[in-house]
Write a protein that binds this ligand. Structure first.
Ligand code: NAP
Length: 287
């Protein structure tokens, strides 16, 4: 496992475990527990995933069982749009997240979407950061121009921007903007949520055969080697193990170039430019 140093000076693991679309509390708790057991030091949840309590139970069980110390774990959550109305609603929602997680602090809080009053919400998470109950603040789905506008107008530059990044949506321009502002990129959907035949893709499979690795492992390592941290999700322990077994091989420049050619230049998962998508996100209310 390798780490990236955030603009706060803290070290964030380059690989973590995501729990989007794991609504069943027991499945979520068992998955997070198993993920920590097989070596994932970072857990990525969100208010909108409705599973912060299950994540918290798994974390405290893992700590009690001696699998990891709290200081060896990096826990991220995200403020949902319905809590991004004022500084106070965002701040209070962070405190509620901590309660659900059963933690005194989280390592990172992100604004989940560039929606609602995100400047006010950013001030809300900054308040929590200044109080020390949040160790770093960041954003998610802030596309380049929106990220630049935020960075030009805030007191503390976000530590992380979590966006969709995988071989079929490489977003090199977004990475350049993040680099220019000192924001660490983090990939959601690093396995493209299984789209575009990623697990059997001929280019990824052929590259993997040289190293005894799967197409999934090649896709994950490609992001790591271009400086992007990753959050693969799986509820299956053997896939969790496979997805973290990527630290013993290195892709060549030629491999990296071949993978870069798979970029479609657009997402096949979400359309942040769609009015209907924005409206849909506003229908989800999170306490
Ligand atoms: P993902 O990690 O790209 O893909 C997950 C899918 O791939 C699941 O269907 C999983 O199935 C399957 N899978 C995982 N490893 C596999 C393997 N080795 N072989 C075959 N299938 C495999 O998608 P994601 O969950 O959307 O993204 C990862 C994390 O990023 C999320 O969990 C969440 O924490 C975060 N995220 C954030 C945002 C945001 O807006 N900030 C949006 C989406 C996701 P099984 O579980 O059945 O194994």
């Amino acid at each position: 496992m390798e780490f990236v140093t955030l603009n706060t000076g803290a070290k964030m693991p380059l690989e973590g475990f995501g729990v989007f679309q794991v609504p069943d509390p027991q499945v979520c708790e068992d998955s997070v527990y198993n993920a920590i057991k097989v070596g994932y030091p970072l857990i990525d949840t969100a208010q909108a995933y409705m599973n912060e309590a299950a994540v918290g139970k798994a974390v405290s069980r893992a700590i009690a069982d001696g699998l990891a110390g709290r200081d060896e774990l990096f826990i991220t959550t995200k403020v949902w749009v319905s809590n991004m109305k004022t500084e106070e609603t965002a701040y209070e929602s962070v405190k509620k997240s901590l309660e659900k997680l059963g933690l005194d602090y989280v390592d990172l809080v992100l604004l989940h979407q560039p929606m609602g009053d995100y400047f006010a919400a950013y001030r809300g998470i900054l308040k929590a950061y200044k109080e020390g109950i949040v160790k770093a603040v960041g954003v998610s789905n802030f596309y380049p121009a929106i990220l630049a506008n935020l960075c030009e107008n805030v007191e503390v530059i976000p530590a992380v921007n979590q966006v969709e990044l995988h071989p079929f949506f490489a977003q090199t321009n977004a990475l350049e903007t993040m680099k220019a502002y000192g924001v660490a990129p983090q990939a959601w959907g690093p396995l493209a949520e299984g789209k575009h035949g990623i697990f059997t893709h001929p280019v990824l499979t052929e590259i993997g055969e040289k190293y005894g690795k799967t197409a999934a492992q090649v896709a994950l390592k490609w992001n790591i080697q271009r400086g992007v941290s990753i959050l693969p999700k799986s509820v299956h322990i053997e896939r969790m193990q496979q997805n973290i077994d990527i630290w013993d091989f290195t892709l060549t420049d030629d491999d990296m170039a071949k993978i870069a050619q798979l970029d479609l230049g657009h997402s096949e998962i979400v359309d942040h430019g769609s009015v209907d998508f924005v409206k849909m996100l506003h229908t989800l209310k999170v306490d």
